[in-house]
Write a protein that binds this ligand. Structure first.
Ligand code: SAM
Length: 275
């Protein structure tokens, strides 16, 4: 298993938080698969992150539900190809199987070979290609195509828990690659406003979360100030952009928001002009 530190290790922490919601009596989403990846080490790593800032768990729960909903909508619409960039321990390829739907997951070899072996040990199968690589430096479109992806057919891209770790140029490059090679796509991802990265929210808990991830060797590097501008520059259409604060109120009516970070943490969906 990968060390539970740095960006790769964060996948295990995220998986712990995701599993906790799934174990609730009335969870926001179902995920019976994710526990297969977890153990005492992952539990301890997640507890270390959550002890100072419990709100970090809710950020993962909220984004999982939002991204599940967006995926469900695309599958209902007939989309047959789902690409998960920086997939980590995402279980959607198993949880959201549908006839003729193919999943493509890209992440580093350590993470995906562990995932593949663990799923096999647990006899969990799906129509999924595990693609070992770095989607910033390895020409991920070429990797996708060599693994059976068809750029001429519609595709849904999920880019969860990733943009904050990249440079602004890499974010733009990934978007440009999608636009250039896939005429019909939707793309859903989460992002922070720049104030979170710059520790300028004025909210002590938000600043602590940023510092905790940096201390874990996974510093957040890039926030997005103006998503509409980024979409325009990439020649994408922004179809949805929502603060997690709003989703928090919708998913848990009446529950207090413990930190202002939910006002700075967003989920969005963009699409090709042709869709
Ligand atoms: C915070 S985890 C999120 C995992 C998963 N998307 C989720 O939300 O459960 C970030 C993951 O993205 C992967 N990742 C980050 N940058 C990447 C890149 N350039 N190429 C491939 N994988 C990347 C890391 O290895 C890690 O597994």
């Amino acid at each position: 298993m990968a060390a539970i530190e740095n960006v790769t290790g964060t996948a295990f922490v995220v998986a712990e938080f995701r599993a906790e919601e799934a174990a609730e009596a009335k969870p926001l989403y179902e995920d019976k698969i994710v526990p297969v990846f977890l153990n005492e080490d992952t539990k301890r790593a997640a507890a270390r992150i959550a002890e100072t800032i419990p709100a970090v768990k809710k950020m993962v729960r909220i984004r999982t539900r939002y991204l599940d909903d967006r995926l469900d909508a695309q599958l209902r619409d007939g989309c047959k190809q789902v690409v998960i960039l920086g997939a980590g321990l995402d279980t959607r390829a198993i949880r959201k199987q549908a006839p003729d739907v193919v999943y493509f997951e890209i992440d580093d070899e350590t993470t995906l070979s562990f995932k593949k072996a663990t799923l096999a040990e647990n006899r969990l199968t799906a129509d999924v290609s595990f693609i070992y690589g770095n989607y910033v430096t390895d020409d991920f479109i070429r990797l996708l195509i060599s693994n059976g992806f068809d750029g001429s057919r519609p595709a849904h891209f999920i880019w969860e828990g990733n943009t904050m770790y990249l440079t602004a140029d890499s974010i733009r490059q990934v978007m440009a690659d999608i636009v250039r090679h896939v005429p019909q796509f939707t793309l859903s991802f989460d992002y922070f406003k720049e104030d979170v990265i710059n520790e300028a929210t004025g909210d002590a808990a938000a600043t602590l979360i940023t510092e905790r991830f940096a201390a874990m060797g996974a510093p957040w590097r890039t926030g997005i100030g103006d998503i509409q501008r980024l979409a325009d520059e990439a020649a994408m259409r922004l179809v949805d952009n929502v603060a997690t604060a709003e989703l928090h109120r919708a998913y848990w009516p009446g529950k207090a928001l413990e930190t202002a970070i939910f006002d700075y943490y967003f989920l969005c969906t963009l699409q090709s002009p042709a869709r």
